[in-house]
Design a protein around this ligand. Sequence first.
Ligand code: FUC
Length: 781
Amino acid sequence: MVIFKKIFSILVQVILVINLGAQQSKNLFLWYKQPASNWNEALPVGNGRLGAMVFGRVEIERIQLNEESLWAGKQIDVNNPGAAKHLKEIQQLLLNGENNKAYDLSTQHLLAIPPQFRSYQTLGDLFLDFGKQGGVKNYNYQLNLETGIVTINYEINDVQYKREVFASAPQNCIVIKLTSNKANSIQCKLNLSREKDATVSAVNNNQLVMSGQLTDVDDVMNGEGGLNMKFHAMLLAKQDGGEITAANNTLLIRRANSVTILITAATDYNFSKLNFDRSVNSKAICEKIISIASVIPGNDLVKNHLTEFQSLFSRVQLNLGEIERSDIPTDKRLDSLKLGVEDPQLMALYFQYGRYLLMSSSRYPGVLPANLQGVWNEHFNAPWNSDYHTNINLQMNYWPAEICNLGETTTPLFNFIDNYRVPGRVSAKKMYNADGWMMHHATDIFGKTGIIDGIHWGTSPLSAVWLCQHLWEHYLFTLDKNFLKDKAYPIMTEAARFVQSFLIKDKNGYLATAPSMSPENAFKLPGGETQNLTYSPAIDIEMIMDFFNACIKAGSILKTDQQFRDSLESTLKQLPPIRISKRYGTIQEWIEDYEEAEPGHRHMSHLFGLFPANIINQQTPELFEAAKKTLERRLQNGGGHTGWSRAWIINFYARLQDGEQAYKHILALLQKSTLKNLFDNHPPFQIDGNFGGTAGIAEMLLQSQNETIEMLPALPMAWNVGSVKGLCARGGFVIDMEWKKGILTKAVIYSKNGGDCNLNTGTKKVHLKTEAGKQYVVNND
Ligand code: FUC
């Protein structure tokens, strides 16, 4: 079998190389010879606010639509009123080793009321009914990442038809263009629909409007009489030639030469209030967007879109070798990868797709960050509500942002963090009688910062700290002092104040976080029962170390708050050390050296210090070794079984500078956790794995967490030849690299801000004194 696979692989590669000259490279295409048979095969477009999944069907095209803020539920105070009163008792029980009792009491007095929130929802579907079509030839369905346009081409009776779909950020709407090479040949019926809570009507013979208000089941999450968020969607079709009419709430297009369809939507959500707001008029918003877009000529719609889209997307190029398979449909490439055919360029495509997905789900005109599904969701009750999980998932979404030259995508995240300070302060005070702001492991768009789902899922009191890491990283990558002073520092220090006032003394005199847990993992108590709740899990200690050091540095850069900085230093000195388990030589996950209930658990929170933070590294050799063992043990026991978990492992191995292992897990991510449209499969679809995988590929090529820019720190044999342009390093540097036989041959360093730049090319160390706006070429000879 193995020999067969090898022969097959060599054969395929030879055929491909021969083919290459004849074909235009489709390196940045996801493409297929058949339409999507289900949602997980459809292709996404998005402008940060609106999303659409295009199915590519010839007869009845389905385009599933999303608007980022269409959420069920509403703002209510879910903080358990008994929390502060029972906190001390719970903490004492934990310190005394009575975890089960502490757990029961926490369920009663700490868990949010109600402990659940509602889901992000689909906006609905646009169906384009072209009627019965026979004899379809030369069908092709593709997403070009360079343009952000999904195109469907086919021929019927020698007439060529083309459909193009893109999400325009400048015009704030989805655009669909129907063309053909024969006059008067386009006929179709347009139908906008939503299964519930909406009505659709036709206006002026060329528009469809949908308006609605979400209803809710009868409980405390109900709005006025069961009615919650209001929303509105508007479609306008313009045809050239033929005619367009309205009938039964559909539009009928006959004998047109070409058609342009514009769709937009809005809700009455108000981001700064974290609630819907009746003064927001979603209908007026839609009308304004459509009235502006509808007078822009079709070609300019495309041009404006491309200018804006490419200004972000084109910054980075990646080439991972000479094996060229882009003339094979993407699903077939994925299939052959599963059979063992090497396809490094599919990894490059996956990387660029991750960048595409991030900018498509998190950029202006969008205001909300990318959720568990980015912005794409067809459900009314999505898996995990398509929410914001803040114990790894939301953070992972933004791992590629800085290094992959998409710093702008963090704006929605940072505004989100900023806005959550308000409810976060209330939770800090009401639940822990503490200063500052905080949040737990998951939230909706209505500012719920209490413990959701269950004590064993939700007790992650330092989730805001983890989010704040991204503010600091943005500063490190940009050296933007205004951002640090005006945005990052106030949010960070307020989160640090929460930590300081939340900490208590444990029985050994160390400062402790209690109650807390190592996200979602359980341990065995001496009596054999399983439990999650404890105090000072390794992740908390690592987070505080990482974060307080960042706050101290930020304060000293801004020359402010000396006293506060001293107090942070003093807190750091009183933390327990990161320990190594006597049982396995791994990083000890909990304050006691407990046995794990699930040694192959998907979360590897005690390696937070290795990645995304940088407190376990080669300067801490014992912990570095223990981190390796931790990873090996998780993997021996089945770890990495969800997409995001696998993606985290890639980043860990990149930081451990083990390119072969990192590569093995990219392969596994693609082979086991990737759907035909290259969406990450948790399962089901969850977008964090795409983003974590993208970041992992970047980390294998470039790292800069240790004051030195490490070039190709974890390059696997399979990427022996390649080049990359436009990756970012801390300090405000943009890096291009070329390599052969696994060795860097040339690098270009562009310095945005000037200043010292230390490089490790893999074979030599170089120190550059750079000037802002200049570029430096390093040849590795
Ligand atoms: C965390 C993970 C799950 C899932 C959920 C959305 O709770 O443990 O695997 O990704 O987030």
